[in-house]
Design a protein around this ligand. Structure first.
Ligand SMILES: Nc1ncnc2c1ncn2[C@@H]1O[C@H](COP(=O)(O)OP(=O)(O)OP(=O)(O)O)[C@@H](O)[C@H]1O
Length: 306
């Protein structure tokens, strides 16, 4: 779902410097109300610094940030009322029970949600009496989502929410995030996981070395990958190498173990089929697949993922 409503978050020319080094260097993006907006990038790219500036936890050196028209540093108290941030594990008392944590955090907000249905939706009801320290990783993450939502925010910031979860819990968490969005909450999501970004995000800013390397829908980013379509086959007879390299939009031609692999676009596939017919060559085990967000990410960040 891509929204066209007025932006709820506006970041323009954000710059943050530590010891003379710009770790965020001119980042700009807007997030529409109701959107799930992803921030994706290699380690140390400046993702957390960026979202912490949006939350008003760090002050920008340069640039302008607005959340629902408010300045997160100057208008911090008001922004806290409309922006729910995911807590870090260290911020919760280990002896606090789930119920106590939900009651305590709802007391911080002027118009909190009723935490009981929220706990129910996050499958925490049978854990209400359990101390934080005794929860599993997935249960803790669900509690973090509940605590980020209990203030009834318009926007929720989730930073590496599913890191450390097993695949099942990660998928459950994705469903929860989609449910949260379906209730009208805007989600700003920092993630390392391509599958997560591809599944959840309406749009993604790929941040590399403190700059926005690309900003697009997941499909838009994939179509920017150098070869967005991968074609492989075993030819029944050798093909003319120059004819292959000259196919429209082809970006690479490789031969290995009798198989030929081309990267290109849909146009390359169509032209290849014509070439094969003209040369009376049969393509055995022909496979055509789309590039993934992984391919796009590696292209956009110069394989900088660590
Ligand atoms: N308070 C600070 N003082 C000095 N340097 C900092 C500080 N906070 C962050 N940095 C540096 O800024 C850079 C960006 O950090 P940031 O945490 O924003 O990156 P990130 O993209 O979120 O990385 P990761 O995916 O590893 O969490 C890193 O090189 C980090 O070491």
């Amino acid at each position: 779902m891509t929204t066209t409503t007025a932006p709820l978050i506006e970041v323009t020319g954000l710059r943050k410097t530590y010891a003379g080094r710009a770790v965020v260097d001119g980042v700009s993006f807007t997030v529409g109300e109701g959107e799930i907006f992803g921030i994706l990038g290699p380690n140390g790219a400046g993702k957390t610094t960026t979202v912490e500036c949006v939350e008003g936890l760090r002050a920008a050196d340069e640039g302008r940030i607005r959340v629902a028209g408010l300045d997160p540093v100057r208008d911090h108290a008001q922004v806290t009322g409309i922006l729910g941030a995911q807590l870090q594990e260290s911020e919760i008392q280990p002896k606090l029970t789930v119920k106590e944590a939900l009651e305590l955090y709802s007391a911080f907000y002027p118009a909190p949600l009723d935490w009981r249905p929220l706990a129910d939706r996050l499958r925490l009801t049978d854990k209400l009496g359990t101390r934080f320290a005794k929860l599993s990783g997935g249960q803790k993450q669900r509690l973090f989502i509940a605590l980020a939502l209990v203030g009834n925010p318009r926007v929720v910031v989730l930073d590496e929410l599913t890191t450390g979860l097993d695949p099942r819990s990660r998928r459950d968490t994705w469903e929860l995030i989609e449910e949260v969005r379906d209730t009208g909450v805007t989600v700003l999501l920092v993630t390392h996981f391509m599958e997560e970004a591809q599944r959840l995000c309406d749009r993604i800013a790929v941040i590399d070395q403190g700059r926005v390397a690309a900003l697009d829908t997941p499909a838009g980013l994939i179509s920017r990958a150098a070869g967005s379509t991968v074609i492989s086959f075993t030819p029944s007879a050798p093909l003319d190498e120059r004819a292959l390299a000259g196919l429209p939009a082809v970006t690479s031609v490789d031969h290995k173990d009798g198989r030929t692999t081309l990267t290109g676009t849909d146009d390359t596939v169509t032209a290849l089929l014509t070439l094969l017919a003209r040369q009376h060559v049969t393509a055995h085990q022909l496979r055509v697949s789309d590039a993934t967000l992984d391919d796009a990410f590696l292209d956009l960040t110069g394989a900088g993922q660590s």
